[in-house]
Design a protein around this ligand. Structure first.
Ligand code: VGL
Length: 198
């Protein structure tokens, strides 16, 4: 039984001062790095995603270019491929990441499962290849990309735990609702202090 950590979209644009910064985003970056430093052997695989949108189009209506974003299905321009906003936050330890996944080229892509690895494969295939059955999830944003990634992982039959002190969301009510939905769907909500628990 192998265990993976998903680090979802811990990018400059989703942290304080970014185009779509969420409160607590930088602390999530630092917290994930601390977790990986303190528990270097817990995860067989560490997989990190990045939103990686096109600069020259609205990415399937994801970017509000000619209107105000509604912050539900349309968003300010964020995480454009190759820009500083799309880079991992500086406090996230990149050396601990085994696989990098990019998603959202020309389309909205909330779930890490919609992305591709640097080798061009899917996350689903990567997990199968490494016989991963258990997935812990941390990152941004609780109510969007963390939620979608966790639901996909559950749907693919993995045991999922959300590290609730290492996620941060766009809205408080929508983040609470997302965590309740994930618990109902079968995810365990745990603190990162309990990652070693069976
Ligand atoms: C996200 C809003 C828009 C996320 C991505 O990473 O949760 N949220 N695009």
């Amino acid at each position: 039984m192998k265990k993976a950590l998903f680090i979802i979209d811990v990018q400059n644009d989703f942290t304080e001062g970014g185009a779509l910064g969420v409160e607590g985003g930088a602390a999530v970056a630092a917290g994930i790095s601390r977790l990986l430093a303190e528990h270097p052997d817990v995860y067989d695989l560490v997989i990190a995603s990045r939103d990686w949108h096109d600069a020259e189009n609205d990415n399937g209506g994801h970017f509000a270019l000619d209107s105000q974003p509604d912050f539900v299905t349309t968003w300010p321009v964020h995480c454009v491929a190759g820009t500083p906003g799309a880079e991992y936050h500086d406090d996230l330890t990149e050396q601990a990441i085994d696989f990098h996944v990019r998603k959202g080229q020309g389309q909205p892509a909330y779930s890490i499962y919609e992305g591709v690895t640097e080798e061009g494969g899917t996350v689903h295939a990567l997990l199968d290849e490494h016989a991963v059955t258990e997935i812990d999830i941390a990152g941004l944003a609780t109510d969007y990309c963390v939620r979608a990634s966790a639901l996909d992982a559950i749907e693919h039959g993995r045991r999922v735990r959300v590290l609730t002190d290492l996620v941060a969301g766009v809205g408080e009510a929508s983040s609470d609702a997302a965590l309740a939905e994930l618990a109902h769907a079968g995810a365990l909500l745990i603190s990162s202090a309990d990652v070693e628990a069976p």
